[in-house]
Write a protein that binds this ligand. Structure first.
Ligand SMILES: *Cc1c(COP(=O)(O)O)cnc(C)c1O
Length: 361
């Protein structure tokens, strides 16, 4: 469509064009209701159908059995950083955390604020979070292990997940949820702020196993207690209706247009290969993550100097490619290539990178 750029934003990020078009077309009159989807009651059959269809599609894509519950919670992924220790840590028990960057660090910080006992079992801080730690010794008696599956800012990603034995594994999957096939039998709780891969900002999807719900601490404020959401189909209070509706459409796109997570993964690998290919065959661009820890979602790289990086981001924008500036905390460049970013967009970027190198290298 005219005037739309190739969007490499880190989050909020690109959404599938067909989803945006469907929202536009149904915006004033949702499904013959005579109301916008932002005007219907969350207690109506219309919204019931939306949230239930979203859940069923998520269950199918991730092959979840009935022991898993799909919840929609406000407060972003960041609120999960405090909900997890509040719900699962008492005064006595301890949780293991792996620190792989900014978001893991923030998750740890919230547990510490709550005066919970945290054990940092591994960290990649020694090399500026450019890799995923390996051969980690987890404690056998911790309440849970917390990891960040994809490190949005540093551009690293767990290629496979650790075996934590009988200790529940919890993962912040905000920036790679639904981007590849996933064996959910390894996990007891995963969560993802929607605005990277599955929808707009305003909602966090949480998938939690029955066994974890059994462990929820007593006397939590209702809105911070997972059982409030699991017992009320995420509608104890007014849910973020529009965000949930958009998730429903994105998940439908993933299921019906893309054809599932395996196919999505093939496309995502192809996109990442194209970009890393240009970076690796050039002395001008330099990837910042260690090769075996590279993210398929956030490709982080540097140019020979900051001045050139500024010009690169500016000229890319003039050529219809947005969102390539690295996170403010690390600088450099970053191309976020989430599910909705097309191969065509990535090809436009790699062409631009080659031309830019010829001119400025
Ligand atoms: C973006 C992001 C967050 C923060 O998400 P909010 O919804 O803004 O709270 C947390 N973790 C990861 C891995 C992220 O990419």
């Amino acid at each position: 469509m005219e005037n739309r750029i190739y969007n490499f934003n880190a989050g909020p990020a690109a959404l599938p064009l067909s989803v945006l078009e469907e929202i536009r077309d149904s915006f004033l009159n949702y499904s013959g209701s005579g109301m916008s989807v932002t005007e219907i009651s969350h207690r109506s059959k219309w919204f019931d159908d939306i949230i239930n269809d979203a859940k069923e599609r998520i269950e199918r894509l991730l092959k979840l059995d009935e022991k898993f519950h799909v919840l929609f919670i406000q407060g972003g992924a960041s609120m999960q950083f405090c909900m997890i220790p509040m719900n699962f840590l008492s005064k006595e028990n301890v949780a293991d955390y792996v620190n792989t960057g900014t978001w893991s660090t923030k998750a740890i910080k919230e547990a510490v604020i709550l005066d919970k006992k945290v054990n940092i079992v591994a960290s990649s801080e020694d090399r500026n979070f450019t890799y995923i730690p390996r051969d980690i010794q987890f404690s056998s008696d911790s309440a849970y292990v917390h990891i960040t599956s994809n490190n949005t800012i540093k551009g690293t990603q767990w290629a496979s997940f650790p075996d934590t034995g009988s200790v529940p594994l919890i993962a912040d999957m905000s920036s790679d949820i639904m981007s590849r096939s996933l064996d959910m039998s390894k996990f007891d709780l995963i969560y993802a702020g929607a605005q990277k891969n599955i929808g707009p900002a305003g909602v966090c999807m949480v998938i939690i196993h029955d066994d974890m719900l059994e462990l929820v601490q007593e006397n939590l404020p209702s809105m911070l207690d997972y059982t409030t959401y699991s017992s009320k189909n995420s509608m104890y209070n007014t849910p973020p209706c529009f965000a949930v509706y958009t998730i429903q459409l994105v998940i439908k796109w993933l299921e019906e247009e893309v054809g599932g997570l395996k196919k999505m993964e093939v496309i995502n690998r192809k996109k990442a290969e194209l970009l890393y290919g240009v970076i690796d065959s050039s002395a001008f661009y330099k990837g910042t993550a260690e090769i075996d820890s590279r993210s398929l979602m956030n490709v982080t790289f540097r140019l020979p100097n900051e001045e050139l990086e500024k010009i690169f981001v500016q000229e890319a924008f003039e050529n219809g490619m947005g969102g390539l500036k690295g996170h403010r905390s690390v600088g450099g460049c970053r191309a976020s290539i989430y599910n909705a970013t097309t191969i065509k967009a990535v090809e436009a970027l790699t062409d631009f990178m080659k031309t830019f190198e010829k001119q400025k290298g």
